[in-house]
Design a protein around this ligand. Structure first.
Ligand SMILES: Nc1ncnc2c1ncn2[C@@H]1O[C@H](COP(=O)(O)OP(=O)(O)O)[C@@H](O)[C@H]1O
Ligand SMILES: N[C@@H](CC(=O)OP(=O)(O)O)C(=O)O
Length: 455
């Protein structure tokens, strides 16, 4: 049995949905299907999830919601009409959206999760309806019925362990099962969404739960490439990669697959295949536990912008017992997570995602570090990008760091920090945000210029 997830680009309009249903019905093994909300039809378009966020925010600000609500209904109406479905399904969707808009807005996060989940939920109902309309045995399955239980943490759901046993029972259900991605239910019966892009996570959880033979992730590119195709022209396609490599690369900026989506499949040892809805016969990229890596120590280069560092300097910091703990406690008190902590003898930098910082949080953190830790200097710098080189073979290959720094120097790029993960499957650099694309192209030229397909 296969679990197949179709992303927003694969479901953006009726034409795409027809391709998707052809893919589903062309293989009887594709029994459990996870769908996203309709995504962008072209570069200047908006994803339904973004429209829903606009709707929710308007309601929270007591602004008129009718226009945006109607706009969303029209997106579904266009799809339904072109698929030859009757008005009834559109009325059902409109009623659902109105009910969600009327939901108690007193808890912002809980309210927004109700709204955001509408994109996937209604799309799943529509697609199940279309498959039935075509004469196939198919049914919509709510994450509530499937008992896909998650933590009660709005916008940041984590799956609860008992969910996997519940999902196994899906195997007994009849026909093709269409499950909305991106959200689960808390034990108290509330909708809770995963982070953005989280339908990939649903797919992986469901694949692990039903013990699928394969988790297929359908998107709009032929494969995962060794660098972002929007930055490098025709980057090398990756045929095979490991879970660890994909997790590191997704975390570091490969938008094609959510970094949190690897773990459920990895733990259950279910291979993942990234494929193109527009070219389903292509081989795509296989993600598995192991790969042969002797020829290609580096498999990919990713970049992520939007980092800040909290820089702290104190003479004899290295001798002060508990300094690191107290520093991190101050950051924890502001509910901020960090990514890396490169350190010297008398100084340390805490690297974190800048969008977690508000002006008040910044002031509190710096004031407390100065007062409580009696440091010589503490300040925050923003505008960093993290560049990551990833590859299973890197730990066995001498000279990767030297080649990377030389390539960056050739592009005249200043390196603010170097970090080699202890797993040695990755090597990362902090550089200025405006140099990120140049750095990717420089590193790509160094490590991939002569290669065709990576496996
Ligand atoms: N290294 C990469 N390999 C492939 N695609 C990438 C990479 N980095 C970024 N992307 C982008 O990811 C996009 C697919 O992800 P996404 O838009 O989330 O798709 P979906 O709507 O199917 O969930 C591609 O169109 C591509 O522009
Ligand atoms: N629709 C949600 C969840 C998701 O995974 O979407 P997509 O498959 O289009 O990345 C989002 O936009 O975040």
């Amino acid at each position: 049995m296969k679990v197949a997830k179709f992303g927003g680009t694969s479901l953006a309009d009726a034409k795409q949905i027809k391709k998707v249903t052809n893919i589903i019905t062309s293989d009887p093994e594709r029994k459990v299907i996870i769908v996203s909300a309709p995504g962008k039809r072209h570069d200047n378009d908006m994803k339904v999830t973004d429209l829903l966020i606009e709707l929710g925010e308007k309601r929270l600000n007591n602004e008129d919601v009718q226009d945006v609500l109607q706009f969303i209904v029209e997106r579904y109406r266009d799809i339904a009409t072109e698929l030859g479905l009757d008005e009834h399904i559109v009325e059902t969707i409109e009623k659902d959206l109105r009910q969600r808009t009327d939901y108690d807005p007193s808890h912002e996060g809980v309210f927004m999760d109700q709204i955001k989940a509408a994109g996937e939920d209604n799309n799943a109902k529509l697609i199940a309806h279309y498959l039935t309309h075509l004469g196939h045995r198919a049914q919509y399955v709510s994450p509530k019925t499937a008992r896909l239980y998650v933590t009660d943490t709005p916008g940041n759901a984590q799956v609860l362990p008992e969910t996997y046993d519940h999902l196994y029972e899906l195997r007994n259900k009849d026909g093709i099962l269409i499950i909305p991605g991106f959200f689960g239910y808390s034990k108290s019966g509330r909708i809770v969404t995963f982070p953005r892009g989280g339908s990939d996570i649903t797919g992986s959880i469901v694949a692990a739960g039903v013990k699928a033979d394969l988790y297929e992730n359908f998107t709009d590119v032929d494969s995962v490439f060794s660098a972002n195709p929007n930055v490098v022209d025709h980057p090398t396609p990756i045929k095979r990669m490991t879970f660890r490599e994909m997790r590191e690369l997704s975390y570091a900026g490969f938008g094609v697959f959510h970094d949190e989506a690897l773990i459920p499949a990895f733990r259950s040892n279910i291979p993942v295949c990234v494929k193109n809805t527009n070219n389903p016969d292509g081989s795509g990229t296989m993600i598995e536990s192991e790969r042969e890596y002797s020829e290609n120590p580096v498999i990919g280069i990713a970049a992520q912008k939007g980092f800040a560092t909290i820089y702290v300097r104190k003479y004899l910091m290295n001798r002060e017992i508990g300094f690191g703990r107290r520093l991190l406690e101050i950051i924890e008190d502001e509910c901020i997570s960090y990514e890396h902590i490169p350190s010297g003898i008398d100084d340390t930098s805490v690297i974190l995602e800048a969008d977690q910082l508000t002006k008040e949080k910044e002031e509190t953190i710096i004031r407390r570090i100065k007062e409580e830790l009696e440091v010589d200097d503490a300040h925050i710098e923003k505008g960093f990008a993290m560049i990551m080189l990833v590859g299973e073979g890197m730990h066995e290959t001498i000279g990767i760091a030297a080649r990377a720094t030389k390539a960056l120097a050739k592009e005249n790029i200043n390196i603010d920090m170097i970090n080699q993960g202890s797993s040695e499957v990755s090597l990362s650099f902090a550089i200025s945000e405006e140099d990120a694309d140049k750095a990717i192209r420089g590193l790509y030229g160094e490590f991939f210029a002569a290669k065709d397909v990576l496996q």
